[in-house]
Ligand binder design. Structure first.
Ligand code: PEP
Length: 253
């Protein structure tokens, strides 16, 4: 049985002060009203997490961090731990975003360790996977995704695995204005679910929510969400304005 609640997430990256974040979330909640059939997840920068949490009043609205360190604590200047994210009221943590992998040198092994500390704090990771353009053009999309999935989820307990959220974000589509077509995205989402089913089991694979990310906009959201294996969206640029993000939250299929 399919029980995957749609999941619409805003990744603000390095944008918004506390005041801007608070104003956005207050306006979004006012305009969207009660959301019962979908989760709306906001991932502000670390500095705005507490302020945004404090004004999240409506059920259905959840808080995510954009990253965390793979150790619980220690001499890691500039880093933030999963314990701290739990303390500030996060529900989710984005891990392995392509900007972390490609600009900050994060490896699959680091990401796997991060998943472990995040689950230990009863937070839920959003594991990002995706191929770069050269990999797609060389016909290596599935093997790249398979590697990222297997290395990221190795040793996860089945109870944790079924809660995991996965985001397929083709790197060539992030912030470029080039969206994967719904058919291209569906093909990879179906592959991810099939592969999880062969690695673990069908029930677990059918419960895992798989998000699409990469230049999602108000004008492509309905078609993307109409695909059977696209359970939600991770939105960067179009999540910075209330009007466009509200339209994305209110997608119709
Ligand atoms: C992202 O950063 O996760 C993302 C998908 O960005 P954009 O929507 O701007 O492509």
């Amino acid at each position: 049985m399919d029980e995957r609640k749609p999941f619409i997430a805003a990744n603000w990256k390095m944008h918004k002060t506390r005041e801007e974040g608070v104003r956005f979330v207050e306006a979004l909640q006012r305009e969207v009203g009660v959301v019962e059939d979908r989760e709306v997840v906001i991932a502000p920068p670390f500095t705005a997490l507490a302020a945004v949490r404090a004004v999240m009043k409506k059920p259905g609205f959840k808080l995510a961090a954009q990253n965390c360190h793979f150790e619980e604590k220690g001499a890691y200047t500039g880093e933030v731990s999963a314990i701290m994210l739990k303390d500030v009221g996060c529900d989710y943590v984005i891990l392995g975003h392509s900007e972390r992998r490609h600009l900050f040198g994060e490896t699959d092994d680091m990401i796997r360790r991060k998943l472990g500390v995040v689950f230990q704090q009863s937070l839920v990771p959003i594991l990002c996977v995706g191929e770069v353009l050269e990999e797609r053009e060389a016909g290596r999309t599935f093997s790249v995704i398979r590697g990222q999935l297997e290395q990221g989820t190795v040793n996860l307990a089945p109870d944790h695995l079924k809660e995991l959220v996965i985001a397929y974000e083709p790197v060539w589509a992030i912030g470029t204005g080039k969206t994967a077509t719904p058919v291209q995205a569906q093909e990879v989402h179906a592959f991810i679910r099939e592969h999880l089913s062969s690695l673990y089991d069908k029930v677990v694979a059918n419960n895992i929510r798989i998000l699409y990310g990469g230049s999602v906009k108000p004008d492509n959201v309905d078609a993307l969400m109409g695909e059977p294996d696209i359970d939600g969206l991770l939105v960067g640029g179009a999540s910075l304005e209330v009007t466009s993000f509200k339209r994305i939250v209110q997608y119709q299929t």
